[in-house]
Design a binder for this molecule. Structure first.
Ligand code: F6P
Length: 522
């Protein structure tokens, strides 16, 4: 069963959506709220997660037409194709099975006639046993000392996911210091190793291909640094690898028993659920790592089974298409109200933009409609003092996801009340704005009557700026897993809607090739 191949703009639903857009494009969120129970009608609850998408330029009819679009492009069939291991990454001839990595169900998933579940379980056991040994101090370095520092060497999906999760779960962290080296810039690796002790440091080289220039260069530099104080016989105690390329790992000098497998059916940017997440398990312990996977599995089950009009990733994907393709919004913002999630926007930039930044459809034909959204963002409240001016009063429409938590982790309820007041206030301000009349009254009361004509236009907020409120009870490994999986499924859904292949990334190749050529000429 291949993916359906349907140009979305040629569907009945798209035609209806275009007419609906013509008739409703000047719709105002404030007016939509005159209808009773809008918030409840446009919210979905999934365990500890509530997604409120009421502050969007959509009516029930919009949503229903968008859902029709999802049905007409064969989303249901596509979801099944993905979960059951069909070769949906057709350009690379691979299945896409990050969902199998977190699945606890008995349902087998076959690749080339072989169930992959047993080898996933074996790898998880290996991650658990290795993490336990390192964390407990039983794993010793070459001078008999326990490990104090872990360095993840990787780039792109072999760096951004683990780095983001380790940062997001800092509250649950153990005594090990975790570092991430990614950039080819030698100053990056130098800054990291300058304070490390080779006797107590473990290096995790993560590269699906084990050919990535940045990772191999950094790994070689680190190995040379290590060998200044140790010998090649000490390497097994300090270097482990996560890869599909066992030959290259072997020639780097890594002991076979120190290799954690990776598989071609896991895309780099969806790989933190595989052994690529080893640094996560080392940093927060295997049980927390498993809880992350469990949270993702809960979202997988919801995505696979729930009707589209109550399906969180599907709804968010459809709303995003509504703005991208009909309102022609150029970008989307992701705004977590948690300092722990400071790395989420850059993680999502790779996941979203490497997946859906495609200009040809599944026939290989050039696309004449908009695809992949440009995504950016930063944490609240800091960003309120940085770029939010443009989001509130600028000329661009920027649909925004606000991610928040009902509870903070350390308590400090006074801080948290203020944080969440800002979280809600920003969304209200964006949606409802401030009218001329309100500004007029305000200036009058503040005694600035003579300045009214001069200041009034600058103080008006036109509002009608859309946002989604993604609210969890608490930041836990489980809820983080759910959040990441939510965005993964949103990406998949949008790829299906746009009739593109989301799981290849040929666009990153040309620059790599040219850099190699230039290097040879030097
Ligand atoms: O940037 C391209 C890319 O292939 C990403 O998709 C991937 O996550 C990254 O490079 C790293 O690749 P590898 O894990 O093979 O080193």
């Amino acid at each position: 069963m291949a993916l359906p191949n349907i140009n979305p703009t040629k569907t009945e639903a798209w035609k209806k959506l275009s007419d609906h857009f013509k008739d409703n494009k000047d719709i105002n969120i404030k007016n939509l709220f005159k209808e009773a129970n809008r918030k409840e009608a446009f919210s979905v609850q999934l365990n500890d997660l509530n997604v409120d998408f009421s502050k969007n330029r959509i009516t029930k009819e919009t949503l229903s037409l968008l859902v029709d679009l999802a049905k007409e492009v064969g989303l249901k069939q596509a979801v099944e194709a993905q979960f059951s291991g069909e070769i949906i990454n057709a350009t690379e001839g691979r299945a896409v099975l990050h969902t199998a990595l977190r699945s606890t169900s008995e349902e087998p998933v076959f690749i080339d006639g072989k169930d992959i579940k047993p080898k996933i379980q074996t790898t998880l056991r290996k991650i658990r046993s290795f993490s336990n040994k390192v964390i407990s101090g039983k794993w010793k370095g070459y001078t008999g000392k326990s490990i104090t520092d872990v360095v993840n060497i990787g780039i792109g999906g072999s760096d951004l996911g683990p780095d983001m999760v380790v940062e997001s779960l800092k509250f649950y962290k153990n005594h090990l210091n975790t570092h991430f080296v990614s950039n080819i810039d030698g100053d990056h690796v130098s800054e990291i190793i300058k304070n490390l002790n080779p006797e107590t440091t473990l290096f995790v080289i993560v590269s699906k291909t084990f050919t990535t220039q940045e990772t191999i260069t950094n790994a070689e530099t680190i190995k040379n640094w290590f060998l200044k104080s140790a010998t090649i016989f000490d390497i097994p105690k300090h270097f482990v690898a996560v890869s599909t390329n066992l030959e290259a790992v072997d020639s780097f000098g890594i002991d076979k028993s120190n290799v954690f497998p990776m598989w071609n059916w896991v895309g780099g940017r969806f790989s933190l659920w595989s052994a690529v997440g080893l640094s996560i398990s080392l940093s927060v312990g295997f049980d927390n790592y498993r809880a992350l996977l469990d949270g993702a599995e809960k979202m997988d089950i919801h995505f696979r089974n729930e009707d589209f009009d109550k399906n969180i990733p599907v709804i968010l994907a459809l709303i995003s298409v509504w703005y991208n393709n009909f309102y022609k919004a150029e970008t989307e913002a992701v705004l977590p109200y948690s300092q722990y999630l400071s790395k989420l926007p850059s993680y999502l930039q790779q996941a979203i933009m490497e997946s859906n930044g495609k200009g040809v459809d599944r026939n290989g034909d050039k696309i004449d409609y908009e695809t992949g959204t440009i995504v950016w963002g930063s944490t609240g409240t800091n960003m309120q003092h940085a770029f939010m001016q443009l989001v509130h009063q600028g000329t661009k429409l920027i649909p925004s996801d606000f991610i928040g938590y009902k509870e903070s982790l350390y308590g400090l309820t006074d801080h948290h009340k203020k944080l969440m007041a800002n979280y809600n206030a920003q969304m209200d301000a964006l949606a409802f704005g401030k009218t001329k009349e309100e500004v007029h009254l305000e200036l009058k009361f503040s005694g600035d009557e003579d300045k009214i004509n001069q200041l009034l236009p600058f103080k008006v907020f036109e509002g009608n700026r859309p946002s989604n409120a993604i609210l969890f009870d608490k930041l836990t490994p489980q809820s983080l897993g759910k959040l990441i999986a939510l965005y993964e499924h949103k990406i998949f859904t949008q790829g299906i809607l746009w009739n593109i292949y989301s799981y290849d990334q040929f666009g990153v190749e040309l620059g790599k090739e040219l850099a190699k050529k230039l290097l040879k000429q030097q």
